[in-house]
Design a protein around this ligand. Sequence first.
Ligand code: PBG
Length: 321
Amino acid sequence: MNIPVRPRRLRQSEAVRNLIQETRTHPSQFIYPLFISEQKSLRKIHPQLSSALTLSMDEALKEAKEAHQLGIKGILLFGVSDKRDSRGSEALRKDSALVRTISEIREACPGLLVATDIALDPYTDHGHDGLFENGKILNDASIEVLSEMSVLHAKAGAQILAPSDMMDGRIGAIRRTLDQSGHEDSLLLSYTAKYASSMYGPFREVLSSEVVGDKKTYQMDPANRREALRELTLDLNEGADMVMVKPASWYLDIISDFKKHSNVPVVAYHVSGECAMIEVGAKAGLFNRERAIQENIISMRRAGADIIVTYFAKELARASI
Ligand code: PBG
């Protein structure tokens, strides 16, 4: 006699469903991005993405403490500046609001990991992540500036440096520069497969960043999957401690590939456009905001992401307490 197969038995109650859940999330797996402004007493909320905050140093301190209390282990800081030039000189200013904020947060929240985005786009008048002259990116010269920027942030106390520029060879060069300046413990979180995506819109609004042309000569073509493995091999050989896929939702195959083909932590960046889509859609009554966020985040964990950078980090942490 055939015994009837009843998979629904495992779905019969919340208790059974919780017991057998294959994928879970925990506040310690989230990294919370914050934008640091030179202005004083500022707490600016993006109109379509209420969790993308531009903050003055004092407000950033409060926000970091609150995130830490909710169990979040890492924040990712971006500079915002209205002083732009072709070389992104502000990126190397030793007393910028960003640099001072790194030190202040380290002092105020010893157990919190401070990561910083390493790229020039908040500071260049052409909006590119590297140096750009006569319509061309200067790869190797950019790497030198990004290495200097990394050391500046490491000196201020950032434990994680996250190069998001996609220049060739930057992980190795930054690693060498950090080691030579006594920062061999600084972690490198590489934006390994960063795609030339339409989903960075709200982020560029926060930065007031207008790009001359586009970033397609360094960010990857969304059509390419195997090419991401090539970037992965290079970054691992050059010494990346963690590897990132960005954006996340439309690139779950890449996250899954990274999990399979590496043995370092895989990070997914739930970028501004992805988060804003949920927020705008929920406001329009198309679906439930919390459920959409949970489903979106669990899909990244299911695909293999160990860590998720998301503007929703605080509300996700709150929901799981
Ligand atoms: C650039 C950078 C970008 C983001 C993080 N770092 C935008 C870009 O490449 O133009 C996007 C993050 C987001 O959309 O949330 N250094």
